[in-house]
Design a protein around this ligand. Structure first.
Ligand SMILES: Nc1ncnc2c1ncn2[C@@H]1O[C@H](COP(=O)(O)OP(=O)(O)OP(=O)(O)O)[C@@H](O)[C@H]1O
Length: 539
């Protein structure tokens, strides 16, 4: 009901603070102070300020014997006032988010930042619906919640009397409570609303700009990886079994992680079991657990990975390495979600999402009788193939930069960039060990680095053979020297912005000597002019 809905005669809005302040006499102070100290304790004890707001309303209800109360908050960005918490409202009122008679009062209080009181005989009748006989007036007291000069909302309470002294007392108490909960209200608005808004904004931007999902833990935006991210996003929302395929080191475990942490079970456990690392004798008890005394040395009951993953996700890495007998047990879990511990007869039921990964060709293994066909089909419900690094184009550079930043921070080194020849080498290499190999190489290079730039000679010999920038260097001493020379020349030309005299001076050569070397490497000093000293894109 809005303010305008009332007859003018029935409503009296009073700026109340001064009018009745003299009525607040000493006799009530003890009870009031107890209430305030209780509220203050709730606020101090709670590590979640926003969570303490409902408790405070409960204290208002119990200690101050208010019939109805509500806490409204103002979301500045959407310019909406919403009921955060309330007591005494009927289910119907709650469902429509309606507030007490004098809804317009709340608007006014939030707009002006001033305390207001609405008196209403009609309101009284409506409020005390069940006590229709009562014609007593109601006071709807509404106090702004202000923090750092910003109105964050309003605290309102309704009293079924108009006794000026009690009303003045209520105003004073509610004003103090409003001041005490203001930081909590601000925190709530910041944390909850801001987060929701950012998520909405993020979704909106992704939709409008055609941006797509990328798990937080994965670097690289190449088309082939974007296809992987799309699959991750889709399957994360389901409970389907996932089979992740791809060469060693491509990031299969990261994909499994991303699925789990973007799923509804993200608060549940994520248990990884490396099937290849387990000797046959131990694999069964590792996965399914064992009862006490199940075998020599089984001194106590042990839960296996499946049981530990209950309510979450189990990641079976290198699933192609499992023995045929364990494959049979795994098949049963996939079909029935039950298993027995080793040495046990009781069936254990679990609720687990299964993600398996392998770098083996399972279909081929099925043909050779090394992998159960029925298990293969059960696992292969939603396959995701992670592409090798050599098929990800400039992701190599993005990942290399990411690793340089990470390892520079880890090792406390001022390394800032990768030189162009080094980048060319990274791009030309075929990366048999994929991202893991790149990660290791960049860690080594950062450790070796003595200035702010990773030079080509800091990369391992396996990369030195690459045809970087069209200049192929062999593995002999002479080729390596040429590689270093080439890079030093490129750096000097960059530093001097393509000024051949300055570059020659920096290198300790004459212009003529430098000219000859430029010729040998097919370099043109003029191409370094436009890019400037820090240009990174010159070959
Ligand atoms: N897209 C990526 N972004 C950042 N780091 C990555 C990415 N892909 C892989 N890595 C890193 O590379 C390393 C290897 O990744 P991961 O262990 O997930 O590969 P894998 O395919 O499971 O390997 P394996 O088959 O040997 O088990 C890890 O350190 C991982 O953090």
């Amino acid at each position: 009901m809005r303010l305008e809905d009332h007859d003018a005669a029935d409503i009296d809005i009073t700026n109340f603070v001064d009018e009745f302040s003299h009525c607040f006499t000493g006799e009530c102070r003890v009870g009031v102070l107890q209430t305030l100290s209780q509220i203050s304790r709730i606020i101090t004890a709670s590590d979640d300020l926003a969570g303490s707001l409902p408790l405070i309303l409960a204290v208002m209800r119990q200690q101050l014997k208010m019939k109805r109360g509500l806490l409204t908050l103002y979301d500045r960005a959407s310019e909406t006032i919403f009921v955060h918490d309330s007591f005494g409202l009927s289910d119907e009122e709650k469902a429509r988010g309606a507030v007490l008679p004098g809804e317009g009062v709340i608007d006014k209080v939030i707009a002006t930042g001033k305390t207001l009181i609405a008196r209403s005989r009609r309101g009284a009748r409506a409020v005390f619906d069940k006590e229709k006989k009562s014609r007593a007036e109601t006071a709807f007291i509404c106090i702004p919640i202000i923090h750092a000069q910003k109105v964050l909302g309003a605290l309102a309470a309704e009293r079924g009397y108009m006794n000026p002294r009690l009303r003045a007392q209520d105003v004073e108490i509610l004003t103090m409570i409003a001041a005490m909960i203001a930081p909590a209200a601000e925190l709530y608005l910041l944390e909850t609303l801001e987060k929701t808004r950012l998520e909405q904004e993020n979704r909106r931007l992704r939709n409008t700009l055609g941006q797509r999902f990328r798990p937080d833990n994965m670097i690289g935006g190449s088309k082939s990886m974007q296809d992987v991210y799309d699959l991750v996003e889709k399957v994360a929302a389901t409970k389907a079994t996932v089979l992740i395929l791809g060469e060693s080191g491509v990031g299969k475990e990261l994909v499994a992680n991303a699925i789990h942490f973007n799923s509804a079970a993200s608060d549940g456990p994520f248990i990884k079991s490396n099937c290849a690392a387990l000797p046959e004798s131990l694999a069964e008890s590792e996965l399914f657990g064992h009862e006490r005394g199940a075998f020599t040395g089984a001194l106590s009951l042990r839960k296996g990975s499946f049981e530990l993953a209950d309510g979450g996700t189990i990641f079976l890495d290198e699933v192609g390495e499992l023995s045929l007998s364990i494959q049979a047990k795994l098949l049963r879990i996939l079909q029935e979600r039950t298993f027995e511990r080793v040495g046990g007869s009781r069936s254990i039921k679990i609720d687990v999402r299964i993600i398996a990964a392998t770098n083996r060709n399972l279909a081929e293994m099925v043909e050779k009788g090394l992998f159960r066909e029925d298990l293969y089909y059960r696992l292969n419900v939603f396959p995701i193939t992670v592409p090798p690094l050599r098929e990800r184009g400039s992701d190599v550079i993005t990942l290399a930069d990411h690793f340089v930043t990470t390892f520079a921070a880890e090792n406390n080194k001022p390394v800032k960039r990768i030189s162009t020849p080094a980048l060319n080498m990274l791009m030309a290499y075929h990366w048999p060990g994929n991202v893991r190999e790149l990660e290791n190489i960049m860690e080594r290079a950062v450790i070796l680095c003595e200035d702010e730039v990773i030079h080509a000679y800091a990369l391992p010999p396996s990369l030195q053979t690459s045809k970087e920038s069209g200049t192929s260097f062999g593995v002999s001493l002479e080729s390596k020297l040429h590689s270093v020379e080439y890079e030093m020349i490129v750096e000097a030309l960059k530093n001097s912005s393509g000024h051949i005299g300055d570059a020659a001076r920096e290198l300790g050569l004459t212009r003529r000597m430098l000219g000859k070397r430029l010729e040998r490497y097919g370099l043109n000093y003029k191409t370094f002019r436009a890019a400037g000293a820090s240009g990174d894109d010159l070959g």
